[in-house]
Design a protein around this ligand. Structure first.
Ligand SMILES: Nc1ncnc2c1ncn2[C@@H]1O[C@H](COP(=O)(O)OP(=O)(O)OP(=O)(O)O)[C@@H](O)[C@H]1O
Ligand SMILES: [Mg+2]
Length: 237
């Protein structure tokens, strides 16, 4: 375990969170009652069967969706008190997203994809763009900066997506099955890179996966079942 004095600082806190989808007739409770917290710099994985509420939980933590009841605090901010514009600002500043399907912008090249969050946040200084270039180099993609997503392999695209998620140095990264489309060798390389970059920047990660060997890159696993936490497991090193 790393020697981080701020380790006990809580970055993500869920307090009796419930999510009900649909209208009264079609009502479905995807998250029944979840309370949990994640500490600064911690790497948590979320596992559980299909339909157990993993993506719903990520969308709630990522403020892409609001809970039906309960509270979610991010970096000490109670997200229920923010309107949608304020949430959008908080999302861009505090959260990096990584999806299974990379979600790169097809008509932008790699460097442009990576620096997009900087532009959105008005942080596209020469220095920051240079840092994007450096990070792409670090993940072995120098020479590919001018290429478009369809000219790269899946693993290469996901490495770009990871750099994009980290470029603003967000305190939190949320990843929903980031290796879902990758072969196991590429998955391992991508996970090692994500873990290293997160550690270097003291970034908190919550990652959904259904692969046990991918979960082992994390420090702690949360198992969901039917919208509640079934158990926590500390990953043995
Ligand atoms: N927008 C929605 N409207 C209604 N029901 C939904 C909606 N999104 C998800 N659900 C339901 O909520 C439950 C949890 O879905 P969720 O996508 O969170 O599962 P998951 O654990 O991510 O599954 P998977 O491993 O297949 O990705 C499912 O039963 C699903 O049908
Ligand atoms: Mg899902």
């Amino acid at each position: 375990m790393e020697k981080n004095t701020r380790r006990s600082e809580v970055v993500i806190e869920l307090d009796h969170v419930v999510k009900v989808y649909g209208t009264k007739k079609t009502e479905y409770t995807a998250i029944r009652d979840i309370s949990m917290s994640v500490k600064k710099g911690e790497f948590v994985s979320v596992l559980g069967p299909s339909g157990s509420g993993k993506t719903t939980l990520m969308n709630l933590i990522g403020t892409l969706d609001r809970p039906t009841s309960g509270r979610i605090l991010l970096d000490g901010v109670d997200t229920s008190t923010l309107d949608s514009r304020e949430l959008a600002v908080l999302r861009n500043r505090k959260i990096g997203f990584i999806f299974q399907s990379y979600n790169l912008v097809p008509y932008l090249n790699m460097l442009e994809n990576v620096t997009l969050p900087l532009i959105v946040d008005g942080l596209d200084t020469t220095e920051n763009i240079e840092r994007g270039r450096e990070m792409l180099k670090e993940v072995g993609l120098d020479g590919k900066l001018a290429l478009k997503p369809n000219e790269l392999s899946g693993g290469q695209q996901q490495r770009v997506a990871i750099v994009r998620a980290l470029i603003n140095r967000p305190p939190i990264v949320l990843a929903d099955e980031p290796t879902g489309n990758l072969d196991s060798k590429t998955s391992d390389a991508v996970m090692q890179m994500l873990k290293r970059m997160a550690k270097e920047n003291n970034i908190t990660i919550v990652m959904v996966t259904h692969e046990q060997d991918i979960a082992e890159f994390s420090e702690r696993s949360i198992y969901l079942k039917d919208g509640i936490i079934e158990k926590y497991v500390t990953v043995k090193k």
